[in-house]
Design a protein around this ligand. Sequence first.
Ligand code: PEP
Ligand code: MN
Length: 339
Amino acid sequence: MVIVMEENATEEEVRNVIKKVEEVGFKAHPDKGENHTIVGVVGEGDREYILSNIETFPGVERVVEITQPFKLASRTFKSKDSIYDIGGIKIGGENFLTIAGPCAVESKEQVLETALFLKEKGVKFLRGGAYKPRTSPYSFQGLKEEGLKILKEVSEETGLKIVTEVMDTREVELVSRYADVLQIGTRNMQNFALLKEVGKLNKPVLLKRGLSATYKEFLMSAEYIISEGNNQVILCERGIRTFTDETRNTLDISAIPVIKRYSHLPIIIDPSHASGDWRYVAPLSKAAVAAGADGLIIEVHPDPKNALSDGKQSLNFEQFSELMDQIKALLEIDSKILA
Ligand code: PEP
Ligand code: MN
């Protein structure tokens, strides 16, 4: 359920409602919107009481039932798009987020060279994995803490914000000290212990869709994070497993309008992992912009053929540069703001 407070409800009235919600057994999730404060009511408690009595409380406008299993992630809970402020940069709504960088952190030189190039192109978020989920245990697993330190140094030198993956609950504290946005990878979309752990942070989480996850499962994973108190979730469609074997995965472009219909969370597209081939990254990126995505995460490497991971799908600087110009032109048509 969601309790919609009146426009002029006082803080005390909101506090009283929260107190009552918790007294009857639920967890309360207040969200201060532009016009109304809303209070999400989740968990187990006395539903009948809330449905029949809470509207008599001062400051309460109405109570609405949320029929979807994902509550706090749903549009019923929050009708307007969620917008986050990450160090002065706005994400979601009319803002378009571009995250770019190598698949993996390989060396300081590699990351710095990429970051300086991206900065010149107007990109504000740098991606790079220090902990890499690889299909084979014999593949490069990432530089781990050394990689995080490189990211931090480069961030300090360039001002770019860092997006990096956390794979294990035991590393959440460490990775969150270095990252501006924590990435939860595809393979961990249903690692509920990890979702709960990042849910306790006050830091945006980029949640990638599982290889064969339905929209409902995807949004339920977001719900795990939000229900722990962290409402800054950015969803990422990165291709799903289908019978098509020419591309690494199949980009599910429908995810954009469908997720936007049911949820207020921003959704961005990863065309690199979706296609597995640099040739398809530009067309898929443009399709994503046209379909209303809130951003892109693209793999870029100074020397893709010598990359330690995912070189085949990484753009070189020239290719990325050309793509950014096309994206900027498309964003103008959509009157979106490049974040
Ligand atoms: C990545 O972004 O480097 C990555 C491993 O992505 P995914 O979890 O989508 O495979
Ligand atoms: Mn990769």
